[in-house]
Design a protein around this ligand. Structure first.
Ligand code: ATP
Length: 365
C-alpha cells in the first residue's frame, strides 16, 4: 500500500492565475526516497506544502496510509501538526537561544517524552549526524552545514514516518552538499523513513532518489527510477531537463539538415511506421568518433562532421561537432585525439536514439 497517495490534486492560488499544480496523481511508497524534480515555478514546493498540510487543495484528495488528510469533496482537512510528518525547508530555522542539544530535543519535549528516553534518543541522533561535539554550542556558533545537520537531527529525533525536505541543501557549498547527500542516503537506509525531497537539481535527484517525479508547469511529466528517467524519458521535456550536457535534439521536420536527413533515412528504412516522428534525441555520451581501428558499429547511425570545439571539463571532454550547420555535442572520458577543424565520422548505436513524435511524446522503436 502506498504511504502517500495524491489523486486528482489541483492547486490554484486564485485571481486569474494558472493552476500551480494540475490534476496530479502520484503514489509515494512506504520507505521510498521520492524526489520532486523540475524547473523553478513548476509546482514542486506547492505539492510538498499540500502534503504537509500547509496549503489547502482546490481539487482532489491526499491520503496518508488509509487516512484521508485532505479531501475537497468530503471537506476533510487534517492540520499539519496532526500529520506525523517532519519538515525541513531551505531556511532551516533553529532556535537561536537554545543549545544544539536543546534544539535536537525540541520536538521530543513537545511530545512530552519521558526524560531518560529523550536523552537516549537525542544522544543517538546527534551521534548519527556527527553533531554530539557541538551539543553545548548555540546555532550561531556553527557553520551552515552543521546547522543543516542539526535541523535534520531535530526532525529525525521525533522519528517521523514521513520526512518532507524542500531544497534542504541549497545553502551549502559543493563539497558539503555532496557530503550531506551521502549522509541523507545513509539516513534513509538506516531509518527507513519515507522521504519526499524537492529539488530543481537533476544531479541531486539522480544521486538521491529511489523514484523521481518530474514536473513542468504544474503537470507531472514522468515518474520512474533515476535510470528510467534517464534511459527512457517519456517526452522531450524530460529528455532535455535530465542530463548534463543536455541531450542533442535533432528536428526531423524540415529534413533539410544533414543530421536530420540521416536520421530520416535511418527511420524510413527501418521504421516505416515512425513517419510521424518530430525529433530525435541523442545523449552526448552515446556519440562516438570512428577511427582507423574502430570503425562504425553495425546498424549505427553515422555521419560526417567537423570538430568545431573541444572543452575540457576535468577528467572528461565535451566535443562540439558541426554537421551541415547543425551542432552535436559529445562527451568522452578519453583525451581526444582529434583537433578543432578536423573532419570526422561520428556514430551512435541505433538503440541510443530517442524518438519523439510531433507533440514531443516518446515513440517506442
Ligand atoms: P521554486 O523551485 O522556484 O521554488 P517550485 O517548482 O517549487 O519553484 P512553486 O513554488 O510550487 O514552484 O510555485 C508554482 C507556481 O505557483 C508558480 O507559478 C508560483 O508563482 C505560484 N505560487 C506559489 N506560491 C504562491 C502563492 N502563495 N500565491 C500565489 N502564487 C503562488
Amino acid at each position: 500500500m502506498p504511504k502517500i497517495n495524491l489523486s486528482g490534486v489541483e492547486k490554484n492560488y486564485g485571481g486569474n492565475s494558472a493552476n500551480a499544480v494540475a490534476d496530479l496523481d502520484l503514489e509515494i511508497g512506504d520507505g521510498e526516497f521520492m524526489c520532486l524534480l523540475g524547473p523553478s515555478g513548476c509546482g514542486k514546493t506547492t505539492t510538498l506544502r499540500m502534503i504537509a498540510g500547509l496549503e489547502h487543495l482546490t481539487a482532489g484528495e491526499i491520503r496518508v496510509g488509509q487516512r484521508v488528510v485532505d479531501s475537497v469533496v468530503d471537506g476533510v482537512f487534517v492540520p499539519p501538526e496532526k500529520r506525523e510528518m517532519g519538515l525541513v525547508f531551505q531556511s532551516y530555522a533553529l532556535w537561536p537561544h537554545l543549545t544544539i542539544e536543546r534544539n535536537t530535543d525540541f520536538g521530543l519535549r513537545l511530545r512530552k517524552m519521558p526524560k531518560a528516553e529523550r536523552e537516549q534518543r537525542v544522544d543517538q541522533v546527534m551521534k548519527t549526524l556527527g553533531i554530539e561535539k557541538y551539543r553545548d554550542r548555540y546555532p550561531s556558533q556553527l557553520s551552515g552545514g552543521q546547522q543543516q545537520r542539526v535541523a535534520l537531527a531535530r526532525m529525525l529525533a521525533v522519528n517521523p514516518e514521513v520526512l518532507l525536505l524542500d531544497e534542504p541543501l541549497s545553502n551549502l557549498d559543493a563539497a558539503l552538499r555532496l557530503e550531506m547527500r551521502a549522509e541523507l542516503k545513509r539516513l534513509h537506509r538506516e531509518f527507513k523513513t519515507t522521504i519526499v525531497f524537492v529539488t530543481h537539481d537533476q544531479w541531486e535527484a539522480m544521486t538521491l532518489a529511489t523514484t523521481i517525479a518530474v514536473m513542468s508547469e504544474g503537470e507531472l511529466q514522468q515518474v520512474g527510477t533515476p535510470n528510467d528517467i534517464y534511459e527512457r524519458p517519456a517526452n522531450r521535456f524530460v529528455a532535455q531537463f535530465v542530463g548534463n550536457p543536455p541531450i542533442n535534439i535533432v528536428e526531423l521536420g524540415d529534413g533539410k539538415s544533414e543530421v536530420s536527413q540521416l536520421a530520416n533515412a535511418y527511420l524510413g528504412a527501418r521504421f516505416a511506421e515512425l513517419r510521424d516522428a518530430g525529433s530525435i534525441g541523442i545523449r552526448p555520451e552515446a556519440i562516438r568518433l570512428a577511427d582507423a581501428e574502430r570503425g562504425v558499429a553495425d546498424g549505427a547511425v553515422a555521419g560526417q562532421a567537423e570538430v568545431t570545439g573541444i572543452l575540457p571539463t576535468g577528467g572528461s571532454w565535451i566535443i562540439e561537432l558541426t554537421a551541415g550547420g547543425e551542432k552535436l555535442f559529445m562527451t568522452t572520458h578519453q583525451s581526444p585525439e582529434v583537433e578543432v577543424g578536423e573532419a570526422v565520422t561520428w556514430w551512435a548505436k541505433s538503440k541510443a536514439l530517442h524518438v519523439f513524435d510531433k507533440a514531443g511524446q516518446r515513440m517506442e522503436v
